[in-house]
Ligand binder design. Structure first.
Ligand SMILES: [Zn+2]
Ligand SMILES: [Zn+2]
Length: 391
């Protein structure tokens, strides 16, 4: 690199870093600040015996669903295992940082519980039967989705003042319903839960312990994602073209001979090969490394520049050093949630006689964390606040 190249690269780096910092901190400041939640974070949980929800009547005289889990009860089977685990982790994180008990319930239809009429009184009765939220602060949150009725409700505890109804309405309209309208229930619930947590706390899951900068960027990413996936294309295309252009420029830029100062000439691909050794020629053939040969027209000086292909499947051989090493993997035993697996890796060099095998342990498949070990709600109640939506 010449000094001129370094200056340009330095300037670009400084501008990019400064912009990134300003954006992150700016957004982080804007979204900072605890919202006016009903109370301070919980110290321990309220002692409360959950009522037997399954035995309580709903407002139409039918029944209410009970719960098997305090975070997610996906009775309508709208979530796959991974999504359910992610949502549960988000809700555990919310509880651990704020003490807020938020729970997600999906059901096929209200009539399955012999309830006819609007979803609101059903949600209120259910909220109070389960006792969602801390009993003193009444800060619980229930997300209820009735798939076939195409109706949903966010029921909030009695501790939230009425201004929260409009906030929850925004979350439903912008977070849940856009995907629900396309029958993409899993995506809608995942987005909606994150948006609800953000509306409640000013933090997206994963950013509770983050500083202003990280919080800001997390906010920016989620805003951009909310605009639709096309926005990434809009950003990625110019960024990638610039990166490609910069790489090509740096590789092809004119360079003076370090010995005599004359501008050097790059030899063509065929002329290259005359100056490469056997291993280097093989690397070019395998497309694991590309070589440029620059020759000085006035003196004998010659530079052979090596450009590694980062997407090549060939590794560096520990014996001959060339990037001509193939790796094949054979699973000897698959990992499960209860035991580790085992695989055998076989290495062969295409350039020399190097051959080796090794066995590696495959880590256990991780189960999602079981959370704070909560098994019942805190005994909170709702006086009917919240918001509803249909699609
Ligand atoms: Zn020269
Ligand atoms: Zn080798």
């Amino acid at each position: 690199m010449t000094r001129h190249d370094l200056k340009i690269a330095g300037l670009i780096a400084v501008v990019v870093v400064a912009l990134g910092l300003a954006l992150g901190y700016g957004a982080g400041m804007l979204v900072a600040g605890k919202r006016d939640l009903p109370g301070a974070p919980a110290q321990g949980q309220a002692e409360f015996a959950a009522p037997q929800a399954g035995t309580l009547p709903n407002p139409s005289g039918g029944s209410l669903p009970g719960y098997n889990d305090v975070y997610v009860n996906d009775y309508a089977e709208l979530l796959d295992t991974g999504a359910e685990a992610r949502i549960r982790d988000n809700l555990i994180e919310l509880y651990d940082h704020t003490g807020i008990e938020m729970t997600v319930l999906t059901i096929s239809d209200l009539s399955g519980y012999r309830h006819d009429g609007p979803i609101e009184p059903f949600a209120t009765a259910l909220f109070n039967a389960w006792g969602i939220g801390n009993a003193a602060r009444n800060d619980g949150i229930l997300v209820l989705v009735a798939r076939n009725d195409r109706r949903m409700r966010i029921e909030i505890g009695a501790g939230y003042d009425p201004s929260w109804d409009a906030r929850m309405q925004r979350v439903i309209d912008a977070g849940f319903l856009p995907d629900f309208r396309n029958d993409a229930y899993q995506a809608g619930i995942e987005t909606g839960v994150r948006e609800t947590i953000f509306e409640l706390t000013g933090h997206y899951p994963g950013t509770f312990d983050a500083g202003t900068f990280a919080r800001g960027w997390s906010w920016i990413f989620w805003r951009l994602t909310a605009l639709g996936d096309w926005i990434w294309g809009l950003i990625a295309v110019p960024l990638a073209s610039f990166g490609l252009w910069l790489r090509r420029y740096l590789r092809n830029r004119p360079r003076p001979c370090p010995d005599c100062g004359t501008m050097m000439i790059r030899l063509g691909e065929e002329a290259d090969d005359a100056h490469l050794d056997g291993g280097q020629t093989l690397e070019e053939f395998l497309k694991s490394v590309d070589y440029d040969v620059w020759a000085c027209p006035s003196c004998e000086h010659m530079d052979i520049l090596r450009y590694r292909n980062w997407f090549s499947g060939y590794g560096a051989c520990p014996k001959c050093g060339y990037r001509a090493l193939t790796t094949t993997t054979k699973i000897l035993r698959s990992a499960t949630t209860s035991r580790t697996g085992l695989k055998r890796l076989t290495y062969d060099c295409k350039n020399c006689s190097y051959h080796d095998t090794e066995q590696r342990v495959i880590p256990k498949v991780s189960k999602s964390s079981s959370g704070s070990g909560r098994s019942s709600f805190g005994g909170g109640s709702s006086s009917g606040g919240g918001a509803s939506g249909s699609w």
